[in-house]
Design a protein around this ligand. Sequence first.
Ligand SMILES: NC(=O)c1ccc[n+]([C@@H]2O[C@H](COP(=O)([O-])OP(=O)(O)OC[C@H]3O[C@@H](n4cnc5c(N)ncnc54)[C@H](OP(=O)(O)O)[C@@H]3O)[C@@H](O)[C@H]2O)c1
Length: 307
Amino acid sequence: MDQFFILLGLLVCLAGLAKCVRFCKCVLLSFRKVLPRSFLQSMGQWAVVTGAGDGIGKAYSLELAKCGLNVVLISRTLEKLQVLAREIERSTRSRVRVIQADFTKDDIYESIQEELKGLEVGILVNNVGMLPNLLPSRFLSVPDEIQSLIQCNVTSVVKMTQLILKPMESRRRGLILNISSGVALCPWPLYTLYSASKAFVCTFSKALQAEYRAKGIIIQVLTPYAVSTPMTKYLNTNMVTKRADEFVRESLNYVTMGDETCGCLAHEVLASFLSLIPAWAFYSRAFQRFLLTCYTDYLRQNVSTRE
Ligand SMILES: NC(=O)c1ccc[n+]([C@@H]2O[C@H](COP(=O)([O-])OP(=O)(O)OC[C@H]3O[C@@H](n4cnc5c(N)ncnc54)[C@H](OP(=O)(O)O)[C@@H]3O)[C@@H](O)[C@H]2O)c1
């Protein structure tokens, strides 16, 4: 019995140590750029970004182009993509292709595959996503966009991965970044459908990474909390709410850090803090009331009027 408890104690210490090491690594990576441009370039000539027209997707497109990759921008509004394509071509030497597609539809993938034919895609950023309610709301009060949300947040990740993973597998090289959310790390009441859809992204990514790691492919899921974008109505930035460009720059530094990351130090700290809250408290009526009142007020006061 004694030996059992000693072993248990050792395992707990080891788990704590692993967390400390990971945290120290995050601190180091958030202050120092360690991943060379050549690492991203070595994945292949092209990067494909979904939901590239604005917010986090736009920031990934710009940053990957700055790192020397050509980029395929896929999103809904053609004009935004064309403006971004011109900006990338003007400020970098990268080539850009634009594909207009609505990820709430399921008949778009054949034409995307056709457009990607012949390109050596080394990086896929599955970024597109929709949040039906920025303010906390109960399931039945959220606009009924169930099918669209599943197509956009879930199906898009699976289908785009299916299209691009195959050639990556033959080349034995590639990087897939799947943008989930901090609210996927545990079930979040009042964001139920969004949280569940993003939890799918986490599970899918981590299982897929286990299948394809030995084939030289990196699959990482990112679980950020607040980033100031059109989705969050340009929430005022602070220590926790990041600008999209700063979030993306930091997150690209974490690419080799493991299967799952929040993408920036501030969100890693927040995630560790939230994980300390016991489930009974987190799912209590008092916490839900807090979300419905204080958090709603906070959001209302901090969303920007900029559109
Ligand atoms: N912002 C955050 O705080 C936050 C936190 C955690 C996770 N995330 C996740 O990060 C990802 C990006 O978020 P974001 O804040 O950058 O979003 P965003 O500001 O709403 O931008 C999303 C981009 O995706 C495009 N898009 C939206 N629906 C589309 C559809 N059905 N078909 C094609 N394109 C579509 C938008 O196109 P248009 O230009 O036409 O609008 C826009 O260019 C999402 O998956 C989101 O869930 C965001």
